[in-house]
Every structure is written in C-alpha cells, then in structure tokens.
Ligand binder design. Structure first.
Ligand SMILES: Nc1ncnc2c1ncn2[C@@H]1O[C@H](COP(=O)(O)OP(=O)(O)OP(=O)(O)O)[C@@H](O)[C@H]1O
Ligand SMILES: [Mg+2]
Length: 400
C-alpha cells in the first residue's frame, strides 16, 4: 500500500488523534496554536488541550496581509507570493511552539490549518447573478506539511461552499459535537473580528441547530483604532469607548444595512464592515465630527446591539438560555457589559465553564474538523435548510 495512504488509514483507525489546530481570523492579530488530543469522533468527540498559545504577528506580517486583505483591487503577484509566504510563517510558528513545549513533531498526527482569509464573498455581499458564494484563504497546506513533516488538513471552507453553504460559520459542527447538552438551551457566542454564534437546543433537535454571523464583533472598533491611534491595535479593555457617550443618530444609521434584514443564517466580513461603512453611516446621519471616545462608544454599542438582536431573533420560544462566550471580544469589558445588560434573564459565562479555554476555542474547532476528515463516521450534522451542508471538510496534504 502507498505509504501515505497507509499512514492515513492507521490514523483513521486510532482511538484518538493528537492535532495541532491553527486559527488566524480577520483581526490579523496573531496565530492561535492549540495542541490537543481528539478522542472519538462526531457527537462522541472529547478534547484534551495540552498546550495553547496565540503567537502575535510581527508588524511586517500584518502589513503584508493588510496590503491585500478584503480589498477588491490588489497586486495579483502579491497574492501569489503571500500564499506560500503565510504558510512558511505558520510552519515556523508551529516548529517554534513544538520546540518551546518540548514536543517531538512525530508525536503529532495532524495539523488542522484554517489559513488566512483574504476575501470572503458570499452572494449576499457580492450580489452578482452569475456567481455563487465564494471565499479565499491563503497559506497553502502542502507547504505546511512539507516544512513540518506532519500531515496537514487545510482549506476547510471550499467544501462547505461546494455543497451549497456560504463557507462560514464552520463553528456549527464542532460546537454541536463538543457543547450540545440535553436539557440546556445553549448559545455558543464567538466574538472575533466578526461575531457569530451557534444555537444548540436543549432537546438536541438537530434541525434546530444553527450557526450564523451577527455582524461586526471587534472589526469596526479595531479598524477605527488602527486608523486613529498610531501605537494601538485595539481598544484594550475598552478604555477609550468607556470614556465616550453613544451617539444615537449614528447608532441608528449604522444599523441601517440590508445585511441586518437578511434571514438567518448569514455570513459577512470586513468587506462590508470597514472604515467606509462608518463614514457612510456618519454621512447619512449628518454627523460632521465626533470625538474618538464617542465614536468608539457608539461602535462598541453597535456590535453589542446587533449581537443581541440576532440572538433574540434566533431564540424565539426559548426560555432559560445560557450563553457561553469565546474569542478576543471577551476581553472588551464594555462590549460584554453592553451585551449582558440587554439580556438580563440569560446566563452568561465563557466557554471556560464548559471546559474549553475561550481564547483557544476556534483553533480547537478546526482540530475537530480535521479529526472528522480523517476519522469521522456518518454522525455529523447538517442540512441545507439551516445553511450547513452535511460534509466533511478540508484538503489532505502529505509531507512527501
Ligand atoms: N484586552 C483586550 N481588550 C479589548 N479587546 C481585545 C483584547 N484582547 C483582544 N481583543 C480583541 O480581540 C481581537 C482578536 O480576537 P480573535 O483573535 O478572537 O479574532 P480573530 O482573529 O478575528 O478570529 P475570528 O476568526 O474568530 O474572527 C483583537 O483584535 C481585539 O479587538
Ligand atoms: Mg485572532
């Protein structure tokens, strides 16, 4: 038997697999690297996290990605160069982490790599009749496999689109496997650049499971801070927003977009929610100037309101709801308060209380997807009515 296929066959037959999960989201803040063991598959999946670290990106890395990120007109040579350059960077980060954690690379069964999204174009955003949903992540899996010597599963989103989805949010599968709990109506809320949640009904009715983006999480606040404060990348602990007053006219104007009227589930990105979005809302509201503090207070509230409104709209008929939060947004104290205050009867905590470090959660979810690719049985979830096709995702790259 071909040695690669033999290795894959052996991995598929193991009772558990040790996986390095990688996540790099739209915030371009760093690479989340988790070293975890996946026991079982599908709804029987259990995770043990051995190591986790977010490796912050250097300025030159951020600058290169931002030169093409979510832009319609870019240097195509740059896209081509960055596809392998990002993978080399990510491979070096993995090698450094393994060294630091004193883990031999041959004890790792798989790498699960999300890649770096450079453009997300669901039909609801591009609106072009002749074209379907599309998305593009760079940081090619073959480069990761060759450089690290570890079988790599990557580029998960294309299969989702090929089977009719929007390529996001992919959290639904892992959220359902790891966090569904009989008797508890759960919302798994992740606040990254974009905010999304998975709805997990306590009666375990699979057809009710849904995952959707809600709109901006940190992305507008981050973009505004980066544009106006040279040394800052985000509003640490919401210090700036906390000093401001919400501008109600701007808040109303920010909420006037067709995205918020579309039915759930839906996905979006910084292709829509960016600095021009803020400028247009400001113009429409007739606001010439605003202090940085008031602008940040308003943007913070905008993210909170749209998250809350989406949760309310998707949980009609539910009582006794528990929200488990993850992602960088949990560190934005004002944002969390703005959400909590509007949902006084909802239990609110982070995924820490259900066993997963909230900073590591997204990377763990990709490890779970890779585990499914290699060993999953037919016990996954999905149907197109809820926007999530029943598929196993990811491309397999061998080191040789
Ligand atoms: N101490 C903090 N105070 C305020 N905000 C913070 C803090 N730490 C992180 N954040 C926010 O979290 C963001 C990073 O979040 P995260 O890594 O979950 O997002 P992401 O990389 O875009 O991933 P995703 O794919 O989930 O969108 C930062 O850009 C920042 O806005
Ligand atoms: Mg991140």
């Amino acid at each position: 038997m071909n040695s690669n296929i033999k290795r894959l066959y052996e991995l598929s037959n193991k009772s558990h697999r040790r996986v390095i999960g990688l996540m790099s989201g739209t915030s371009i803040d760093g690479l989340d690297v988790v070293d975890c063991i996946c026991y079982g598959t599908g709804i029987d999946t259990k995770i043990e996290i051995l190591h986790f670290e977010t490796v912050a990106y250097q300025e030159d890395f951020k600058k290169e990605i931002k030169s093409i990120f979510s832009k319609r007109a870019v240097d195509l040579q740059k896209v081509c160069l960055l596809n392998s350059w990002v993978a080399e960077h990510h491979a070096n980060i993995i090698i450094d982490c393994l060294k630091k954690w004193k883990v031999e690379s041959d004890s790792i069964d798989l790498i699960a790599s999300h890649g770096q999204t450079i453009y997300h174009a669901p039909k609801n955003l591009h609106g072009l009749d002749n074209f379907s949903n599309a998305t593009l992540q760079i940081g090619d899996g073959d480069h990761l496999a060759v450089k690290t010597g570890i079988i790599t599963i990557s580029d998960f989103r294309q299969k989702h689109i090929a089977a009719g989805g929007e390529g996001a949010p992919l959290a639904v599968y892992g959220d359902y496997f790891l966090f569904s709990k009989k008797g508890e109506n759960r919302i798994l809320l992740n606040i990254g650049g974009i905010a999304n949640f998975t709805k997990l009904p306590g009666d375990l009715n699979r057809s009710e499971v849904l995952s959707t983006d809600t709109g901006p999480g940190n992305t507008l606040m981050d973009a505004y801070i980066q544009e106006n404060f040279e040394e800052k990348y985000f509003d640490d602990q919401s210090t700036i927003a906390s000093k401001g007053i919400i501008n109600e006219a701007l808040l109303t104007s920010l909420k006037k977009n067709i995205f918020f009227e579309k039915k759930f589930p839906k996905t979006t990105g910084p292709e829509l929610f960016n600095l021009s979005y803020i400028e247009e809302a400001k113009l429409a509201a007739g606001i010439p100037t605003l202090s940085h503090e008031d602008m940040m207070a308003t943007l913070n509230r905008f993210s909170a309101d749209t998250i809350v409104q989406a949760i309310i709209a998707c949980t009609k008929g539910w009582d006794d709801i528990k929200i488990y939060c993850s992602g960088g947004g949990i560190h934005n104290t004002l944002l969390i308060r703005n959400i909590q205050e509007q949902l006084p009867n909802v239990g609110f905590s982070t995924t820490e209380t259900i066993g997963i470090d909230p900073n590591a959660k997204e990377a763990v979810l990709f490890a779970v997807l890779a585990n499914e690719t290699v060993a999953g049985e037919n016990n996954s979830i999905g149907n197109m009515e809820t926007g999530h096709p029943l598929v196993k995702m990811g491309k397999i790259s061998f080191p040789n």
